[in-house]
Design a protein around this ligand. Structure first.
Ligand code: AMP
Length: 331
């Protein structure tokens, strides 16, 4: 059993891309590994949310992940700011994190370009906080997307640097978690690229969308004027709909519409109706659970307090040992 850590951005509702691209893997991992999943609310302060938004977002994300199948009995699910030990390790790691290397991080350069009026120190030291989040549990594996690979490399740098500096073999080198299969990319409904919440209205289907919203979004998905000759290659928007069918519908359904397409008898309206109903089927139990959880403050409180207790136990042990290694001694 390996220790796995993954951060969750508190950015509101989960969409089908998040679910099939990330959350389903978490659900699988929690069965076999020692998993820590945390909602990264300290990290989110770099963009200065209002207090109301911060809390609302954390709560939405918590409800979404629980409804999607994260099991607090199997994994340690906690809110980052409930584990203040993280900030102590972050401070200690900051002493050996250098301005030059932090300034070269791609995501920092991008953020600095996007928000030139808010290039705060938290943004610069984001990879140090991320390293603290990971190595505080001495994680071996981190499930990361492509955009996080450079951050994980920095985590290894900070962990190794600490070991070298104090001549210890204390922190393991965390590696990217390999799911053993190709990562699925879920396309959006607007005809290009992938599903994402910042891609514009109607591109993404959220797990919380009610059936009528799902039908409306799918029916409005971009298509083309239809094939004019047998076995014609598909345009990108149509290929996207077929990709969605391949993930979300039965193999028979996919085969049926493939055949219709290849024979030029396809009616995109029929395909969309079927796709919408299949999505509704997948979403229904999660949406129902979400509505239940929204009303169950007592359960939510229990989840986060139990998660914080378990996470703090692991974090306190690390910080105690790190303090000893560094040379903090009690009088
Ligand atoms: P985001 O909501 O962009 O912060 O995404 C969180 C995680 O969800 C990413 O790291 C990906 O693993 C996954 N994800 C987001 N969008 C998609 C998508 N369209 N297809 C597959 N995976 C996705």
């Amino acid at each position: 059993m390996e220790t796995v850590v993954s951060g969750i951005r508190p950015t509101g509702e989960l969409h089908l891309g998040n679910y099939f691209g990330a959350v389903k893997n978490f659900i699988q991992m929690q069965e076999t590994e020692r998993c820590f999943f945390f909602i990264a609310d300290y990290h989110s302060l770099t963009t200065h949310p209002t207090p109301e938004n911060l809390h609302q977002n954390v709560k939405r994300v918590l409800i979404n992940y629980l409804a999607a199948g994260l099991d607090p009995e199997k994994a340690t699910l906690y809110i980052q700011s409930d584990v203040p030990e993280v900030t102590e390790l972050y401070l200690l790691l900051n002493m050996n994190a250098y301005l030059g290397e932090l300034m070269r991080v791609t995501s920092f350069k991008e953020k600095a370009r996007k928000q030139p009026n808010n290039v705060n120190a938290g943004l610069l030291t984001y990879p140090v906080l991320m390293a603290a989040d990971i190595i505080i549990h001495k994680a071996a594996k981190v499930p990361v997307g492509k955009d996080q690979e450079q951050h994980l490399e920095m985590t290894r740098t900070f962990a190794n640097r600490f070991n070298r500096m104090y001549k210890v073999d204390y922190f393991p080198e965390p590696q990217a978690y390999n799911f053993g299969q190709e990562l699925i990319k879920i396309p959006g409904l607007d005809g290009s690229g992938k599903m994402g919440k910042s891609e514009g209205e109607g591109n993404a289907i959220f797990l919380s969308d009610p059936p009528e919203v799902i039908r409306k979004k799918v029916m409005r998905a971009v298509t083309d004027t239809g094939p004019t000759q047998p076995n014609q290659p598909k345009s990108e928007p149509v290929q996207n709909l077929f990709t969605l069918l391949s993930v979300l519908s039965s193999p028979d359904t996919l085969a049926y519409f493939e055949e219709q397409y290849n024979k030029c008898t396809i009616r995109y309206g029929d395909l969309k109706k079927q796709l919408a109903e299949d999505i509704i089927q997948i979403n229904a139990p999660m949406r129902e659970k979400m509505l239940q959880l929204e009303k169950d403050e007592i359960y939510l409180r229990k989840v986060v307090t139990t998660g914080a207790e378990k996470a703090r136990e692991s974090a306190q042990k690390t910080v105690r040992e790190v303090r000893e290694i560094i040379g903090f001694k009690s009088f």
